[in-house]
Design a protein around this ligand. Structure first.
Ligand SMILES: Nc1ncnc2c1ncn2[C@@H]1O[C@H](COP(=O)(O)OP(=O)(O)O)[C@@H](O)[C@H]1O
Ligand SMILES: [Mg+2]
Length: 257
């Protein structure tokens, strides 16, 4: 073997190999606090009904996934195959830096953050997982590039109807289109609250989201504010509310692809 043919990027290569052939879905938004982790958890719960699923928490600071699933005190085991997902269902395992650092907080400069994300993607043992669902951190820096370097993915973009969120999300959509990762879905989370027969829109009209959808060829899925959701933090696998049923259409489309 010629020396120059040896990869100078072994981690990236490993991540690429491990993810090849899997259906990778990335739940993303330029913004924080819009519901990415919640939606990534629910999508993973839904895909697990169809096939083995690994849910990867790439938000190395937020680490909401282990808390949503109630496994924040469990640590990853490491086998010959790599970091073993923490099982929350027979068909659903979670990978998160929380399962490596325990209760310590994580402070990382930007480029290190990208390295940690890449390492998690490379060392995770996805086993026979058909689906890999990725909970992305907010922001539009290295985190966006890391994933694109190792796999193709179906982006699912999450926003609230607020203009501030939509402005950031439009940049993300344009970036993804330029990177040849045309997104198909824009989830407008916390769009409305159903109160008896009436619908309240706390952020006002959602017209701007529909305009974005039209402009960039995205299907819009509006999700309500569900006050019961908070009761399911720690046991989100037991959640049966409206968010879950509304996300089924996306999951069905991903599976049929
Ligand atoms: N549709 C919703 N209805 C009620 N609460 C929600 C909804 N979506 C998200 N939340 C709550 O909002 C908070 C932020 O959601 P999260 O999924 O952590 O956002 P992100 O990952 O984008 O930062 C969480 O407490 C979550 O339970
Ligand atoms: Mg999150």
């Amino acid at each position: 073997m010629r020396v120059e043919s040896i990869s100078t990027e072994p981690l990236r290569e490993l991540a690429r190999k491990r993810l090849s052939g899997k259906v990778v879905v990335a739940v993303m938004s330029g913004k924080g606090g819009v519901g990415k982790s919640t939606i990534a958890s629910l999508i993973a719960i839904l895909t697990a009904r169809y096939g083995e699923t690994t849910l990867v928490d790439l938000d190395v600071h937020g680490t909401s996934i282990p808390r949503a699933m109630g496994v924040q005190d469990r640590m990853h085991e490491v086998s010959k195959e790599g970091i073993e997902p923490i099982k929350v269902l027979d068909n659903l395992g979670v990978i998160s830096i929380r399962g490596i650092v325990g209760s310590k907080y994580v402070v990382l400069p930007g480029e290190r953050e990208g390295n940690v994300m890449e390492a998690l993607l490379a060392f995770a043992n996805y086993g026979d997982s058909r689906f890999v669902i990725i909970d992305m951190p907010p922001g539009m820096s290295d985190e966006l590039l890391v994933l694109g370097r190792v796999t193709r993915f179906t982006p699912i973009i999450v926003t609230t109807p607020s203009k501030q969120s939509l402005y950031v999300v439009e940049d993300l959509i344009r970036y993804l289109i330029d990177a040849k990762q045309q997104p198909r879905y824009l989830i407008v989370n916390m769009s409305y609250i159903q109160h008896g027969a009436s619908i309240i829109r706390p952020f006002g009209d959602v017209g701007m989201a529909y305009e974005l959808g039209k402009k960039y060829g995205l299907s819009i899925i509006e999700l309500p504010i569900d006050p019961s959701l908070e009761n399911y933090i720690g046991s989100i696998i037991n959640y049966r509310g409206e968010l879950l049923s509304k996300l089924e259409q996306i999951v069905r489309a991903i599976i049929e692809k």
